[in-house]
Structures are given as C-alpha cells and as structure tokens.
Design a protein around this ligand. Structure first.
Ligand SMILES: *[C@@H]1O[C@H](CO)[C@@H](O)[C@H](O)[C@H]1NC(C)=O
Length: 339
C-alpha cells in the first residue's frame, strides 16, 4: 500500500514537472520580455504596416489605384528615401481633449465611446507611427479677439522650425489611405522645393468663393515646407487682421471662414508662386460626395460625428482583410472534409 502511494506521488510530481517545463518553453512572440523584443517603436511601426499595408506600398510605388482610377507618380520622383522624423504630423487646438471619452484622458479608454474628434487625432497619431514620422499636438491658448481656428497658423509656424515638412490636419480631417506615405504624396503632387504651402480647393459653390469669385483653399489640410518664404507667408497671414498690410482683413476675425477667408482673400494673391492648390477630390471632402471624395485626405464637414467610426471601421477592415488572407492561404490545411 505504502509503495503504491509513493508511486502515485512520484507520477503526479512527474506530470506537474512535465507541464511546467512544457509551458515555460512555449513562448509566443509578444510574451517575450520587452527587453528582448528589440526597439519597440520599430515593432509598433511593423505592426501598423502589417495591418495597413499588405501590398507594401512605398514612397516610389509608380501608381495608386482607387475606385478604378489610377493616380500616377511623375517619372522622376523627388523623394526616394524616407524622410522619417523630418516630417511632423500636427494637430493644433485650443481644446485639450483630456476629459472622459477623449484621447488625452488616461483611464477607462473605451473606443466605441471615444468622441469623434479624438478619433481623428488617433488617426493622425497612428499614421505618424505607421510611417516613422513625428507627431505633435500643439495646445494653443484661446484669445478673445479671434475665432479659435486662427491658432493653427502660429502652431504651424512654431512647429515648422524643427522640421522639413509639417502636415497639419483639422480634427475632422483624416488620412484616408493609411498605407500611402507623405513622401509619395509629395512626389505625386510635385511639391518641389519652391512650394511653401499646399492645400486643397473647396467644392464649387458661391459660399466657397472669395469676393473676386475665386474658390477658397481649405485650411483643414496643410502641407508646410520649411523654407524662408514659408515663415514670411505664415507671418503675413497671422498678422492679416492687424490690417497694417491688408485693409479689411479684421472682418474675418470671428466671421466664417476665419483664417481660411483671410488666406483666400488676401495672402494667396501676394504669394501665388509659392502656393499649391490640390483638387478637392484628392484632399478634401467625404467619400460619398459626388465631387469631392477626398481620396487621400477625408475632411468630414457633414459627417463630423462619424470620423471615429469611419476610421475604426476602415482599420478593422484592414486587420480582418489581413486575417482573411491568412485563412484563405491556409484553407487547404485547415479544411477537413468528412468522408
Ligand atoms: C497660455 O496659457 C498658459 C496656461 O494658462 C499660460 O501659462 C501661458 O502663459 C499662456 N501663454 C500665452 C502666450 O498667453
């Protein structure tokens, strides 16, 4: 009897040892201690590239196809190597977005409850991390004399000092093609070294025209390139309402479209050679509009409340598309058919 019990205890201990040793050998990649995982910024970039960029789209991919339309790079693209942290993706806002259900609130993150603008900011941040750019949120002070949207000019100028390019987006504007890098867009839009500011046109319609009948450029998406002219233009724009140079500009302090109207009514006429206007179909508007579908940059004026869900759905589609491709790839091994 005693020997039988000893035998049983020995057997149980052996089994326990076997299980423990077996488990300790089982190491999924993300169970590896962080110290052994290599540079975590690099691995996050790899994860995001895995999710968003299965086709390995690059800075010099000759063309981009969307809804049957082909967007082709010039034969000699200016940028062939990543600019990395010479590019900054920028939000500028007077709101700090740190209340419950906002992006800079620490605890209790709950994606379905996140308010919409925070979803837009998340898009900008994730896009920057996916491509190795810097990301900054510039918290500006409100002023009594001007509408809050004016602060983007000072935010741009202050940030641009430290970068070759700053890409600014309103919180209701998002990168619509997470896999298409800024460098590709710089190539595609032929933004050469002389261009200071690039923006997309607004849709046709009298409400979007300046007093001379020219369509406004929309200030919800701005690519600023660091050169001396750019700082001169930003200064002229920011000082426009003082009316030392532009009589009548103070009209736009609080009246729509604020800094956009000031830019459209005054600034662009003095600096036309340094500015680029993009078609609204490529960098302004919403996916289901007839004229301005914002292929590369969505700007959700009508559907501001859907920024978060739209971006979330697109992200889930990318991830699930990746997984689905794996399932199809392994289908022959996965599938067992009953005889
Ligand atoms: C902006 O606001 C902060 C916090 O209230 C304050 O410390 C800072 O001096 C302000 N800056 C300017 C330029 O008004």
């Amino acid at each position: 009897m005693a020997s039988q019990l000893r035998y049983l205890v020995f057997a149980l201990l052996s089994l326990l040892l076997f299980v423990l040793v077996g488990y300790s050998r089982f190491e999924v990649p993300y169970a590896t201690p962080f110290a052994k995982q290599g540079d975590s910024a690099t691995s996050l970039q790899q994860v995001l590239q895995f999710i968003y960029n299965p086709s390995r789209f690059s800075i010099t991919t000759p063309s981009f196809v969307h809804n049957g339309k082909t967007y082709t790079l010039p034969s000699i693209p200016r940028h062939t190597a990543p600019l990395g942290r010479d590019i900054c993706i920028l939000d500028v806002d007077t709101r700090s977005f740190d209340s419950e259900d906002q992006i800079f609130h620490g605890p209790d993150f709950d994606w379905p409850k996140l308010e919409s603008y925070s979803g837009g900011i998340m898009n900008h941040y994730m896009y920057a991390r996916a491509h190795g750019y810097d990301y900054k949120f510039y918290k500006a002070n409100e002023t009594d004399d001007r509408h809050p949207t004016w602060v983007k000019i000072a935010g741009l100028a202050n940030t641009l000092k430290n970068y070759k390019y700053v890409v600014f987006l309103d919180a209701d504007a998002i990168f619509n093609q997470m896999h298409v890098p800024i460098e590709w867009m710089l190539n595609y839009w032929s933004i050469d070294s002389t261009i200071s500011l690039t923006m997309a046109l607004d849709p046709p319609g009298q409400v979007n025209e300046d007093k001379r009948g020219r369509l406004y450029s929309n200030t919800g998406f701005i690519i600023a390139q660091n050169n001396p002219k750019t700082f001169e233009i930003l200064k002229a724009w920011d000082e426009c309402p003082t009316e030392t140079r532009y009589k009548g500009c103070a009209e736009w302090n609080k009246v729509r479209f604020h800094e956009q109207s000031a830019y459209g009514s005054y600034i662009r006429y003095d600096y036309n050679n340094y500015l680029k206007e993009l078609p609204c179909g490529e960098a302004n508007g919403e996916w289901d509009l007839e004229l301005c579908q914002g292929v590369f940059i969505q700007h959700m004026w009508w559907r501001t409340a859907t920024v978060r869900s739209y971006f979330g759905d697109k992200t889930l589609q990318s991830l699930m598309g990746r997984m689905h491709a794996e399932v199809i790839n392994e289908k022959d091994q996965i599938m067992e058919t009953q005889d």
